[in-house]
Design a protein around this ligand. Sequence first.
Ligand SMILES: Cc1cc2nc3c(=O)[nH]c(=O)nc-3n(C[C@H](O)[C@H](O)[C@H](O)COP(=O)(O)OP(=O)(O)OC[C@H]3O[C@@H](n4cnc5c(N)ncnc54)[C@H](O)[C@@H]3O)c2cc1C
Length: 552
Amino acid sequence: MGKPVLLSVDDDPGVSRAVARDLRRRYGEEFRVLRASSGDEALTALRELKLRGDAVAALLADYRMPQMNGIEFLEQAMDLFPRARRALLTAYADTDAAIRAINVVDVDFYLLKPWDPPEEKLYPVVDQMIQAWRDSPDATVSDVKLVGHRWSAPSFRARDFLARNAVPYRWYSVDEPEGQRLLEAAEAGADDVPVVITPDGVVLRSPTEAELAAVAGLSVDPREEFYDLIVVGGGPAGLGAAVYGASEGLRTVLVEREATGGQAGQSSRIENYLGFPDGVSGGQLAERARRQAAKFGAEMLLARDCVALEAHGAKRVLRFADGSAIAAHAVVLATGVSYRSLGVAGADGLTGRGVFYGSAMTEAAECADKKVFIVGGANSAGQAAVYFARYASSVHLLVRGKSLEESMSHYLIQQLGEIENVHVRTCTTVAEAHGSDHLEEVTLLDAETGEWTRHPASHLFVFIGGAPRTDWLDGSVVRDERGFIPTGPALLEDGRRPHGWSLDRDPYFLESSLPGVFVAGDARSESVKRVASAVGEGAMAVTLVHRYLGER
Ligand SMILES: Cc1cc2nc3c(=O)[nH]c(=O)nc-3n(C[C@H](O)[C@H](O)[C@H](O)COP(=O)(O)OP(=O)(O)OC[C@H]3O[C@@H](n4cnc5c(N)ncnc54)[C@H](O)[C@@H]3O)c2cc1C
């Protein structure tokens, strides 16, 4: 791996040269200074750096560039190098640009040109950016190599896991010569894929997510046995609880079985979350929340699945799949919902091989010039259609109902209407999925005409609502008939407290039938399925935890 990179992009060649010269003068020994004259050129350079496994410490982008402005460039650059620190350069104070830059790309600095003398105006800013990059709490593994099969569900899961946890990795297909060479070097066969090779040369064959997390430097083992608060689930509700818990002095640990961000982390653009007038991608929102929780000292365990909740006196114990456990005074359950399966002929066997639940954004590049189908009529499906339309030749949104108005926000319906290659098909369901190695065709059923039609299809993304996966809580807390967890007033039947309730008060608003165990977000009965409400409930749950702890 070469020196870490500082990249500047400016369409004015004079300015571009001057920035690079100033940066080289001060940072040239430790960093490689690169410059580009357009967003596209800079993105091409970043892609090459990514492939070579190089690190990028800071990006400085001019705001006013033709074709792609600085904010648009930084937004795309973040997908490649989320931890590179970001500055926007502008010729004069432009408040709107500054606000957009903060909202859209979480820009660290806003620099006015010219910056003479650089010692006063440029270097202090770049010094801080480099320091922030170095202080990044994550152990970055620069060059995890992942060899897999393009159409293999386990290979997809491994890629998705690394991508959603923002772990840099290089992907090699077993069909490419380099992929073959790596397998040979690792003494592995095509049946072993996915094969992961760490920078130290450790080889993992078909690793579990916990094994992957461990080699990728993600935290999997708890530092303590006992905490004030355990948060289960790292979606918006769990991250909200972790931020408020840790910032208010509770020893807090968050346990997440996949990647932080939850469902929201899969959203290509959340437009209705307060404070983000230009929208924010779920990945970015999750990354900021994760950093915020870490900043306040919340511990985060990844790839750990909670499989049992036990009450030992006042102690609440969470057991993991491997039998180990942690305990706390209080627990916030923020386990959200998971997608329901499509349940049509052929789909199960092709899951991860063309049929995907959620937007599987790592697949975007593979959709280039292909025909993509999306199932669902809610906002999540609409967002995915907008996102994949940028890559696919055509996107077909299949909606069971008679119109989108019943289920999708007005702003998204309008957006979809303006995109030429998006086609909305109402009263239509998927009847069958076909393909041997991977998805090749889908059969659609038109409910109005009863007609069955077969279409070539490379990708089918399914967004048909979710069900809570709370079976593991059976017997520990009361669940409703659909598996959601009732709290507070919903637990009272004719004013009577739930069976086994031991305290001389009613359960608090977000408290489950087990005192000291609170529920926030989508997993709660009758909850509003929104990012904002999930975050709000996470925060509120912590207030109730304080109240509960104060009673003891
Ligand atoms: C594609 C998409 C787009 C969306 N767009 C929007 C939008 O634009 N605006 C909006 O307001 N809402 C949107 N939503 C809805 C919003 O994302 C959810 O309401 C919100 O994420 C709920 O947050 P949560 O924390 O309750 O649950 P989740 O986000 O579901 O997170 C739950 C987490 O808990 C983890 N978990 C579950 N069980 C366990 C266990 N036993 N052990 C450890 N971890 C566990 C899961 O892996 C998951 O990460 C969207 C949803 C999707 C899927």
